[in-house]
Design a protein around this ligand. Structure first.
Ligand code: SF4
Ligand code: SF4
Length: 343
């Protein structure tokens, strides 16, 4: 019997995902779901972790995943905290796959070992993203190439799934050139790489400095394998320009926190804050049509990328109430999802 390589199957799944996404607007394209708020690291800029909480019970996670399956969600990316700390992560990934949804994972990579990677293969994981912030660990972040390079080599050797390495510039990151070192290493190991631009701590949009801009431009030259396809949002942000786009969070993108509530995104928690188990197609339609005042300054690449599916249709007619005009906090400019580097 001929065995079809897993990455080829994933390409087929992505083709189905894109066709369905273009044909219908009544389902989420991407959901981030948090099984564990706890993290084994404590990055100084992060507002998405704690150091004490328990894993969400597995049966509860299954119920949330099943609800996403009921909606016909395209991609489910498991994030945290650090999701590898959840004792039943593999079962949750397998549950995602059982609904035919594309499975993704965001991890800091610290707990990756050859055995752990093989178990992720067996569970059916299709995309992994690891964010690396610097070359040497410092007081802000220990997500460093020096610490993680061995883990990346394990992934290059054993992973059947696609791996994307995300690095960041802007927001006062000390050595912007580190992002380029990280990206080059990613490409060298056969991974894709993406580069996120982050705001400063107040959410203020500033153009990149000359030094940062040189890094940003150089990253583009890494070629097809190493450059995020949908990049015009990042281009505008690099030059300090707001983006004119329709954020479809709450409709085409869902962020499901550890309490099982649907929020617009990691930086707009509190809206609409409805339990996923009670979320309905009407909620999806309403949020699809709702303007988000924070959109012009948003740096959340994955939500921008899913918005591309619908940018040409359905102007938003409902005014958003309550949520602030700026994205809150100091987000990581994550490009994490299966969309960023789709084949
Ligand atoms: S950025 Fe990631 S690794 Fe760092 S504390 Fe937050 S969740 Fe943990
Ligand atoms: S911060 Fe970005 S992704 Fe989140 S709701 Fe605002 S525009 Fe949408």
């Amino acid at each position: 019997m001929i065995t079809i390589p897993k990455k080829l199957k994933t390409r087929f799944n992505v083709g189905q995902f894109m066709a369905k996404g273009l044909l219908s607007t009544r389902h989420p394209l991407l959901a981030h779901i948090v099984p564990m708020r706890r993290c084994n690291l404590a990055c100084a800029y992060c507002n998405e972790y704690d150091n004490y909480s328990d894993p969400v019970p597995t049966e509860e996670m299954f119920a949330r995943v099943d609800r996403l399956g009921y909606f016909g969600t395209g991609i489910v990316t498991i994030s945290g905290g650090e999701p590898l700390m959840h004792p039943d992560l593999d079962k949750i990934i397998a549950r995602v796959r059982s609904h035919g949804m594309i499975s993704g994972l965001i991890s800091n990579g610290y707990l990756m070992s050859p055995d752990r990677i093989k178990r992720l293969n067996a569970a059916g994981l299709q995309y992994l993203q690891i964010s690396i912030d610097n070359v040497e660990p410092d007081e802000v972040s220990k997500k460093s190439l020096k610490v993680l390079d061995k883990k990346l080599r394990h992934l290059a050797e054993h992973a059947d799934f696609n791996v994307n390495i995300n690095s960041v510039i802007g927001g006062g990151i000390k050595n912007p050139e580190d992002a380029l070192v990280v990206a080059r290493r990613a490409v060298e190991l056969g991974f894709t790489s993406s580069m996120g631009i982050i705001h400063d701590g107040t959410g203020t949009l500033k153009s990149l400095t000359d030094r940062e801009m040189a890094v940003f431009q150089e990253h583009k030259k890494l070629g097809k394998r190493g450059y995020t396809r949908v990049n015009h949002f990042q281009n505008n942000l690099a030059y300090g320009k707001p983006n004119n786009w329709r954020c479809r969070a709450g409709g085409r993108y869902l962020y499901v926190c550890e309490e099982g509530l649907v929020h617009y995104c990691s930086q707009q928690r509190g809206y609409p804050a409805i339990p996923i188990r009670e979320y309905t197609l009407d909620d999806i339609s309403r949020e699809y049509d709702t303007k988000k005042a924070c959109a012009p300054l948003c740096t959340i690449a994955c939500v921008q990328q899913v918005a591309v599916f619908d940018f040409w249709r359905d102007p938003q007619t409902l005014e958003g109430v309550g949520h602030p005009a700026r994205p809150r906090g100091h987000d990581r400019g994550e490009a994490i999802d299966g969309v960023t580097d789709m084949p």
